[in-house]
Design a protein around this ligand. Structure first.
Ligand SMILES: NC(=O)c1ccc[n+]([C@@H]2O[C@H](COP(=O)([O-])OP(=O)(O)OC[C@H]3O[C@@H](n4cnc5c(N)ncnc54)[C@H](O)[C@@H]3O)[C@@H](O)[C@H]2O)c1
Length: 342
């Protein structure tokens, strides 16, 4: 086995994983990336290599395959795991729940079993603000805010994932877990070499905006303008993906300093809410392009407004978001243009 402290990054070719790999390398860590490209492409790894100027350690492995996964732990002395690999399309999860339970829960269990078998103590999990559901009363959620029943199998896999991790830590094993609840990641690396790569029709707002602007999609529909918000459209806490990536580096540093088993939950957002119309207006300002959009009817299940209380992120892992909405929109537009032109 090679003697070095490696960080295993599952799903490291994906949107958040790829940006996290860049920040890990910038901060002196050595990631071992695994991905089977079910929702990404080898091009993302090429982009990372151009940004960091070195070759990556990569293995094309399905996390659901325990033997293949265990072989990675035999080959490298892994010091921490960042588990991104999961399926994430809410709508698809309603139509094909078993796919989500199998991959998101099965993959997590395999990673945890390997962590315990190979004495890896540091574990970072990709959770989501979806675990809060529609927050009653306040629109700002802390890590203690009550959770609602998940309104999709995808959301349920995040709630269950958190529960599994918490139960495993409670069982008395040697494991330190940081559960990061992401709000709404947007943007791309400022180089334009990596970014979000939606396969098929995008599920998220900003790729929809940029794909409409570049002419792949004809029109953007804004679902509902009668919400109880200043401009009537839904409000979310959008976080630049590079800031989010950076939260993983801070989180890992924090985990490595803990001497006892622990399970902590941290919201990763900006603490600010932005409406759909504000995003459209920011896009038009940053790009100088007029966007083709219209109002449509409300979608069932859309949360009116939710954003993060980020006090714990600041106090516990000493992280906060630095980039602005304009940065995120500019970087996403730059990425979309490079992607289509190359
Ligand atoms: N993007 C968001 O809006 C968001 C919000 C909250 C939480 N999350 C969570 O963050 C994580 C990363 O999300 P993302 O936006 O980067 O998604 P993504 O689809 O871009 O990245 C996930 C990566 O994991 C890979 N993958 C999936 N299953 C795999 C398996 N069994 N074996 C190997 N590789 C596998 C995919 O090919 C992909 O490269 C996911 O767990 C997701 O649920 C995402």
């Amino acid at each position: 086995m090679e003697e070095k402290n490696y960080i295993l990054v599952t799903g490291g070719a994906g949107f958040i994983g790829s940006h996290t790999v860049v920040e890990l390398i910038k901060n002196g860590k050595t990631p071992v990336i695994i991905d089977d490209f079910r929702n990404s492409s080898r091009e993302m790894l090429n982009g990372i290599e151009k940004i960091v100027g070195s070759e990556l350690i990569f293995h094309n492995i399905d996390v659901s395959n325990k033997n293949d996964l265990a072989a990675i732990f035999t080959k490298y002395s892994i010091n921490g795991i960042i588990h991104f690999a999961a399926d994430k399309a809410v709508g698809e999860s309603v139509n094909n729940p078993l796919k989500y339970y199998k991959n998101n829960i099965g993959g997590l269990i395999n990673c945890l079993e390997c962590a315990l078998e190979f004495n890896v103590e540091n574990f970072l999990f990709s959770s989501s603000c979806t675990v809060y559901g529609d927050p009653e009363g306040s629109t700002t959620v802390t890590e203690e805010s009550p959770q609602q029943d998940a309104n999709s199998p995808y959301g349920a896999t995040k709630q269950m994932g958190e529960r599994i991790l918490s139960d495993v830590v409670k069982s008395g094993v040697n494991l330190k877990v940081l559960n990061l609840r992401y709000f709404n990641p947007i943007g791309a690396h400022e180089s334009g070499l990596i970014g979000e790569l939606p396969i098929g029709r995008p599920n998220n707002l900003l790729p929809y905006v940029t794909q409409t602007a570049i002419g792949i999609l004809e029109k953007l529909t804004v679902f509902g303008n009668t919400y109880n918000t200043p401009d009537g459209t839904c409000i979310r806490d959008y976080i630049h993906v590079v800031d989010l990536a950076d939260a993983h580096v801070s989180g890992l540093d924090w985990l490595e300093k803990q001497s006892n088993s622990t399970f902590e939950i941290v919201n990763v957002g900006t603490g600010r809410g932005t409406s759909v119309l504000e995003i459209i207006h920011t896009f038009e300002k940053v790009s100088g392009k007029q966007l083709n959009w219209e109002f449509g009817v409300k979608r069932i299940g859309d949360v009116e407004q939710i954003f993060a209380d980020v006090t714990k992120a600041k106090n516990l892992i000493h992280w906060d978001a630095k980039k602005s909405m304009e940065d995120a929109v500019r970087d996403a537009w730059n990425w979309e243009q490079k992607l289509r032109n190359d």
